[in-house]
Design a protein around this ligand. Structure first.
Ligand SMILES: NC(=O)C1=CN([C@@H]2O[C@H](COP(=O)(O)OP(=O)(O)OC[C@H]3O[C@@H](n4cnc5c(N)ncnc54)[C@H](OP(=O)(O)O)[C@@H]3O)[C@@H](O)[C@H]2O)C=CC1
Ligand SMILES: CC(=O)N[C@@H](CCC(=O)OP(=O)(O)O)C(=O)O
Length: 355
């Protein structure tokens, strides 16, 4: 790890799509990061406004730039771009950025390596295949060495972050089967972004829950890609269904797996503890403690545990994290820190907010 000493120049940061939820979360976190300076914030429909007019919680942060349009910049005063734009729009805008910029992209545009899989799940041909081939998939704990040398990092999706951290460790250790994985996922509504949508209105989301993308969500191929690489097989399949919860932040995944012949839950738990020993942001809970979204809220922490199922040979993995932090902006900052040789935890080492 490098050190951001007093003489080190700050990393000059632009946030594209700062008027959205992940952009605003980046602003919140980066205001506490002593190694960066926020020089550009962009919006689309909200460009032209002061940032605090769009997000009044930042009225105190007088030095923040106003929201501009990305076309208005020559990027000379920027070292790093966080791109928080919708899918498809992202690839068009990133392709036009100058090459001196390092980019952490929070959209799904550069996550899938297979161009046909991308076209199948995202409804069309990729417009920047060369960049897609260049991008490094930034699940930080498992990809540090690649992230360090990358110019473009594809920040993982929120659900895939929570699923892959335990499953990759267990598949690498050969302790679970690769063709019997059921991921039951739940998310707060910020996962759907800030742009108004009928399905996330208070009166439609409060006091109830619903599944969506049932067994057909685009995060399934992203998870399968990561698990397939981990165990060197293209045959990994997951059954993945997310649910929308009446809460603003948080992800909880309950993952049902079959243990490999002769393996035990105790061995699986020991493998998780070994894989993440020394990792600041991944905690394997003691005993039978159950991860809560409340216990990681507003933080970059992932809590996980594995317990024996009542059915012989099966186990249940539980994972919680904050979709806007480790599932998006927090992990993006972890990746930026690695790319710029800053201490990896800088700006993202806050304790969870409870209650
Ligand atoms: N929310 C989450 O938990 C997660 C989100 N992601 C991904 O991160 C990205 C951002 O998500 P999120 O912040 O939630 O989304 P939001 O809908 O909250 O924000 C989208 C942002 O993109 C801007 N924008 C929209 N269309 C255009 C355009 N054509 N040209 C330029 N700017 C545009 C919007 O500007 P304006 O508001 O001014 O119109 C806004 O700033 C998405 O790709 C999402 O899938 C990834 C992981 C988790
Ligand atoms: C609650 C909700 O709607 N969540 C989003 C996931 C957000 C995220 O990580 O997605 P991207 O792959 O789009 O970047 C969804 O299911 O589409």
């Amino acid at each position: 790890m490098g050190a951001a000493g007093a003489e080190t120049k700050p990393v000059r940061v632009a946030i594209l799509g700062a008027s959205g939820y992940t952009g605003a979360e980046l602003v919140r976190l980066l205001l506490g990061h002593t190694g960066v300076e926020i020089t550009v914030l962009t919006g689309n429909t909200q460009a032209g406004q002061e940032f605090s007019a769009v997000y009044p919680q930042f009225h105190y942060a007088k030095d923040l730039p106003a929201l501009t349009r990305h076309e208005d910049h020559d990027w000379k005063d920027v070292d790093c771009v966080f791109c928080c734009l919708p899918h498809a729009t992202t690839q068009e805008i990133i392709s036009q950025l100058p090459e001196h910029l390092k980019i952490v992209d929070l959209s799904a545009d550069f996550r899938l390596k297979d161009i046909e899989t991308y076209a199948e799940w995202y409804g069309g041909e990729h417009k920047a295949p060369a960049l897609q081939a260049e991008a490094v998939y930034g699940l930080t704990e498992l990809a540090r060495d690649d992230v360090r040398g990358a110019r473009l990092v594809a920040n993982p999706g929120c659900y895939p972050t929570a699923a892959q951290l335990p499953l990759i460790a267990l598949l690498k250790a050969g302790l679970i089967l690769k063709d019997d994985i059921i991921i039951d996922a739940k998310s707060g509504t910020t996962g759907a972004g800030r742009a108004p949508k009928q399905g996330t209105l208070f009166c439609e989301v409060s006091d109830g829950i619903n599944a969506y993308g049932v067994a057909s969500h685009r995060h399934a191929p992203e998870i399968e890609q990561g698990l397939g690489e981990a165990c060197g097989s293209k045959d990994v399949v997951v059954n993945f269904t997310p649910h929308l919860m009446p809460m603003s932040r948080g992800i909880l995944e309950t993952i049902y797996v079959k243990l490999a012949d002769g393996s035990t839950v105790e061995e699986a738990k020991a493998a998780l503890e070994k894989a993440y020993a020394g990792e600041r942001f991944v905690t394997v809970l003691p005993g039978a403690a159950v991860p809560h979204t409340r216990h990681v809220r507003g933080s970059n922490h992932v809590f996980m545990n594995i317990v024996a199922d009542r059915l012989p040979g099966r186990a249940v993995i539980l994972v919680s994290m904050d979709n806007l932090v480790k599932g998006a902006s927090g992990q993006a900052i972890q990746n930026m820190n690695v790319m710029f040789d800053l201490p990896e935890t800088q700006g993202v080492d806050m304790a969870p907010m409870f209650p």
